[in-house]
Ligand binder design. Structure first.
Ligand code: ADP
Ligand code: MG
Length: 623
């Protein structure tokens, strides 16, 4: 509940709506005890007094009745009718929806066709027809407005319920011997409640408007009783001569509906799980770079050279230092491994290279990424876009989520090619077939007509690699490309990548959490922990002589084929949260060799020209 309120009030507009609505509701509640004139007493001598005249703060109407008093009493009535109508519609509509969705089949069919029939009429016409049949009056207007809104709730809630009714927890409840009523009330209702609240918060304003509309037409509240709609209706004839009589209720309706809608939008954003995770914040096309002069001088290392990169996430007052002064480089034809536990900052490092970290909340606060000497962090969006996929390409973990499910893989490859090269379709298609051949997909001529779901995981990842190869990039950044695959397929994919880099002179940055994979593919390896490189060196050296205790522990996690009986050691403890890192070595709390000195002050990467480690008690002294 408190997180809900926090989320809600982070949205400024919703907060404004809530304040305005609270003020109006309060006014409506205390209206009976305010020293107001009787709203229905006419005094024709005082008709059409201007606002701010003595005794009548907002003036009087065509019968000399006090507008302030009528406004407050009218607001009270309109709010009450609108809210009650919304509650009635929500209760009946949701009830219908839950029952239809839960029982399904013929029950669902009969109920929903009935609802469809209600929906087939223009709703205002339907409301008019209902009032005409029942006779004018506020109560009947309420019934009419509630009735025309029932289908909206029924449809919404049925949709959600159908999704829930087939789920295991409902089966479990049935197996536990619960009856239908109990399942609906204790299992389904709590799960659809937020949807009901969302639907209500976005329709209450609408229903108040509809009630006012009926009253305006003389079908709702009857004279002399005031509600906002009837006040507007009576003021119609004096619209030009005495505009204040219509402006006063008009502004009130505007305020009520605006504040309810703003608040309702806020409630929906805060309650809807899909929106809560930030689906509404459109990330920028390029990660925000705010380096404040924190740019290292170019050094002539490698084809792609990441220098002192700092990428942070600014979430509210918190700063997550996901990548903290990371330096990496890779040469043509070289495979660099980046290894570390989940959450150590590998993916964020990789995504920072091409400005792909979502902003907000991501910000690159320092460092440089140099591709052939050019600083990509300073490059314009256009130049970056031309390099994405063309010079530096990515392969991600799950090809099922990176390939578009509705397009054939061939078309997606052709699209990737044509994004950077204006080639005719036939040529692009020939090239797509060639690419599939290059990634060892058998029978590529027919395979390009497959949809992603028609392929196995290993095949899909091959397509992912083909996409990355589509424009002959110089660097491929592979972010755990084999993690979702089983071991034999993983071995095939690794040997494919190895062949490709030898054939084409590709530079590969290979991100993984598995030392076995590093050993198979990589020339050099960098070990990451809590956003920093803790050790870097040639793979063979590090496998033989790991210097950082963390590296050693990571290697102990890999099972060895034919290694006999050996206990697989998990690393005790959890990686730290990168928002408040302790001073000194972030691994110290989990390290058996840690001393007091480890937790005081920064520890530098030190060692030889090729093998460096960030530790004051390394497993082995580096000569
Ligand atoms: P991994 O090494 O598993 O690829 P990541 O690079 O994805 O790790 O994440 C590094 C750190 O950045 C993690 O601690 C994670 O919590 C944090 N992080 C990643 N994305 C966000 C985000 N959108 N908001 C806040 N923190 C994030
Ligand atoms: Mg990752």
């Amino acid at each position: 509940m408190t997180t809900f309120l926090k989320l809600l009030f982070r949205n400024r507009l919703a907060a404004v709506g809530a304040v305005v609505l609270a003020a109006i509701l309060l006014l409506a509640l205390i209206t009976p005890i305010l020293p107001l004139a009787d709203p229905d007493v006419t005094a024709t001598a005082d008709r059409f007094q201007r606002p701010f005249s003595t005794g009548h703060l907002l003036g009087t109407d065509h019968l000399g009745r006090d507008l302030l008093s009528r406004l407050l009493w009218g607001t009270r009535l309109s709010l009450a009718v609108g809210i009650v109508a919304a509650l009635v519609a929500a209760t009946i509509g949701s009830g219908i929806g839950i029952v239809a969705g839960y029982f399904g089949g013929r029950t669902d069919n009969i109920i929903m066709r009935g609802v469809d029939m209600l929906m087939a009429f223009p709703y205002i016409l339907l409301a008019l027809a209902i009032v005409a049949a029942l006779g004018p009056g506020l109560m009947n207007a309420l019934i009419a407005v509630a009735a025309v809104n029932i289908p909206f709730f029924a449809r919404n809630i049925r949709g959600v319920t159908v999704g829930l009714a087939g789920r295991e927890f409902i089966d479990a409840a049935r197996l536990a011997g619960m009856g239908h009523t109990r399942i609906i009330l204790t299992e389904l209702l709590p799960n659809v409640l937020s949807t009901i609240v969302i639907a209500m918060s976005t329709t209450v304003g609408w229903m108040i408007l509809e009630t006012a509309g009926l009253s305006f037409l003389g079908l709702g509240s009857q004279p002399p009783q005031a509600d906002l709609g009837s006040m507007l209706g009576e003021a119609r004839s004096a619209l030009i001569t005495n505009p204040h009589t219509s402006v006063v209720p008009g502004i009130m309706i505007f305020l009520i509906v605006m504040s309810i809608n703003l608040l309702g939008d806020g409630v929906r954003d805060a309650l809807d799980p899909r929106l809560r995770s930030g689906a509404l914040t459109r990330p920028r096309a390029v990660t925000l770079v705010d380096r404040r002069g924190n740019v290292p001088h170019a050094d002539q290392k490698g084809l792609l050279n990441i220098q002192q990169l700092e990428t942070q996430f600014h979430v509210g007052p918190r700063v997550y230092r996901a990548v903290n002064k990371v330096s990496l480089h890779v040469n043509p034809g070289e495979a660099l491994g980046v290894i570390g536990e989940s959450g150590s900052g590998k993916s964020v490092t990789a995504l920072s290279v091409m400005g792909l970290v979502a902003s907000p909340p991501g910000v690159i606060t320092g460092g440089a990424v140099r591709y052939e000497g050019e600083d990509l962090l300073a490059a314009s969006y256009d130049s970056l876009r031309r390099k994405r996929g063309n010079n530096v390409a990515y392969i991600f973990q799950d090809p099922l989520s990176t390939l578009h499910p509705l397009y054939r893989v061939g078309d997606q490859l052709i699209e990737a090619i044509q994004a950077h090269h204006k080639v005719p379709d036939a040529e692009a298609k020939a090239r797509a077939i060639e690419l599939l051949k290059a990634v060892r997909i058998p029978n590529p001529e027919s395979r390009i007509r497959n949809f992603p779901h028609e392929m196995s995981g290993g095949m899909r990842q091959r397509v992912g690699i083909a996409m990355a190869l589509a424009n002959d990039p110089d660097v491929i950044i592979a972010d755990e490309p084999t993690t979702a695959l089983d071991v034999t397929v993983q071995a095939q994919i690794l040997s494919l990548l190895d062949d490709l880099r030898r054939e084409r002179g590709l530079a590969i940055i290979f991100i993984t959490h598995d030392f076995g994979v590093v050993a198979q593919l990589c020339d050099r390896v960098a070990v990451m922990y809590a956003g920093r490189i803790v050790e870097e060196g040639p793979t063979a050296t590090i496998l033989e002589h790991p210097a950082h205790p963390y590296t050693k522990r990571l290697m102990a996690c890999v099972p060895e084929l034919g290694g006999g009986k050996r206990e697989l050691a998990a690393i005790p403890g959890l990686p730290p949260v990168v928002s408040d890192l302790p001073p000194g070595c972030a691994f110290a709390p989990r390290c058996t060799k840690a001393t007091e000195a480890c937790q005081q002050g920064e520890i530098d990467l030190a060692g030889t020209a090729t093998h460096t480690v960030r530790c004051i008690h390394p497993e082995e002294e580096l000569a």
